[in-house]
Design a binder for this molecule. Structure first.
Ligand SMILES: COc1ccc([C@H]2[C@H](O)[C@H](O)[C@H](C)N2C)cc1
Length: 449
């Protein structure tokens, strides 16, 4: 055990109302929008396959050239209301917006740097427009903030000299002031999604990450911060040197999900997975032919998979420089939304059931006791859905769309739910009621080995 001043401040899940609301929301829309959306991965006629929000480094563009993109930022097709309505139809309960990505450009009129929205032709406070429009739709807004800042002269990747220490301390004060400004000026913000904290400079200043968490929770009571913000006294990140999760939820799942059989440890804490539609594009890229583009159903399965393991799913949209949403993303919002309209109850306020994963899909546990949801993605040709229950648990009924299904007890703690043998275009939901008695006089013969 290490004695830590800046390690985890709490063990176990937060149980306050703000965290229960964040947890119950389950499904969020990530939005990556900044100057990088203007070139969209193409520079001087050359397409760069790497993540579009990294174009400045992929194309080796000088800072002054990149920063002058600010004078072109004038999204004629931007409508915060339209974005919020699309997110509402998709079934998102929260939205996380990049207030400042690694490029350092701020979507709000920060008084701590001129590199912000007020100096663009657009001029208006985009962050306020988004917060107001999404909150008006009943969608919570969270702020993504990159500690890594390519624009700021005092940013350092490592601390190798006294000059580095002095400069980086100025940078940390700048970032602290920006965060306090965000929490103060946008009081309805619910959570802070920190990124760009993997460099040695930040790992050597764990104290600052602790102070930021404390400040945000003072300025904005109930505020939630992700583990990615945090480094401890010894530079350990996400989990402190004693293995305790820092921050309020684990945010290491970026473009990957925990395995429903081997990674069940994540069910012990709150966590969120963030996901791109292409293989690795967070900001707008003009050419999506360069990688696989996930279909609406692939993404819907990831949402259900995440919920089934007690996590939140943050699905990314990368609006174009003109403020339009590309057709692929519109279709994703519409198709996922069509399923969520009728089945959102298996996602919202639902989580890990603690039952053994089966091939046909996922269990989710709603807040209502003695009921479980089965979300079927892979219907077996037999139409027989195997369910293994924890010792002593009995299934009394199974129904889909209000229609009863035959439930057959076939061995100790094992059932088959008899489903239809036909093709379905969307995942099917079966509601199980537990309780009642098992099969009368059933004695099952253990396997002979
Ligand atoms: C070097 O690999 C990286 C670095 C940063 C990222 C950034 C992305 O730009 C996006 O903001 C994602 C959430 N973040 C981890 C992703 C992969």
């Amino acid at each position: 055990e290490f004695k830590l001043q800046y390690g985890a401040q709490r063990t176990g899940k937060r149980t306050d109302a703000a965290m229960e609301r964040w947890r119950g929301n389950r499904f969020g829309q990530f939005i990556h929008w900044g100057l990088y959306a203007i070139p969209g991965g193409v520079w001087n006629g050359k397409t760069y396959n790497y993540a579009a929000e990294f174009l400045k480094s992929s194309a080796k563009i000088p800072g002054s050239t990149w920063d002058s993109l600010m004078y072109q930022f004038n999204p004629k097709k931007f409508s915060a209301k339209e974005w919020a309505r699309m997110a509402k139809r998709m079934g998102a309960k929260y939205m996380t917006i990049t207030t400042k990505h690694h490029e350092g450009f701020c979507l709000w009129p920060s008084r701590f740097t001129e590199f912000n929205i007020s100096r663009t032709p657009y001029g208006k406070d985009i962050l306020k427009e988004l917060v107001d429009a999404y909150n008006a739709e009943g969608i919570d807004v969270n702020f993504y903030y990159s500690v890594l800042d390519w624009h700021h002269p005092d940013w350092r990747y490592d601390i190798k000299s006294p000059e580095d220490s002095v400069a980086f301390r100025r940078y940390l004060d700048f970032a602290f002031n920006q965060l306090k400004e965000l929490a103060t000026n946008y009081p309805t913000v619910k959570a802070f999604w920190f990124d760009g904290t993997w460099d040695n400079s930040v790992k050597k200043n764990g104290w600052w990450t602790y102070e930021v968490e404390q400040m945000l929770k003072q300025v904005s009571p109930g505020a939630i911060v992700n583990s990615r913000l945090r480094a401890d006294d010894r530079g350990a990140r996400h989990f402190d040197s004693n293995g305790q999760l820092m921050g309020d939820y684990e945010s290491g799942y970026e473009r990957r999900l925990p395995d429903p059989v081997t990674d069940l440890k994540v069910t012990k804490w709150d966590w969120e997975a963030c996901m791109t539609v292409p293989e690795n594009q967070w900001g707008y890229h003009k050419d999506w032919s360069i990688s696989h583009v996930k279909s609406p159903l692939e993404l819907l399965e990831m949402l259900v998979h995440t919920t089934s393991m007690g996590g939140n799913f943050l699905l990314n949209f990368g609006p174009a420089g003109d403020g339009s949403i590309r057709p692929e993303e519109q279709r994703i919002a519409a198709e996922i939304g069509s399923w969520m309209q009728n089945n959102g109850n298996v996602i919202y306020n639902s989580g890990y059931a603690g039952w053994e994963k089966q091939d046909w899909g996922y269990f989710t546990a709603p807040s209502r006791p003695n009921t479980l949801n089965m979300v079927v993605f892979n219907l077996p040709v037999s139409g027989l859905l195997k369910v293994k229950v924890p010792a002593g648990v009995k299934i009394s009924t199974a129904s889909t769309g209000g229609k009863k299904l035959r439930v057959e007890e076939i061995a100790k703690n094992q059932y088959l739910v008899h489903f239809e043998r036909k093709w379905f275009a969307m995942p099917q939901v079966i509601v199980l009621e537990t309780g009642g008695e098992g099969k009368k006089g059933a004695q099952y013969q253990d396997a002979k080995t």
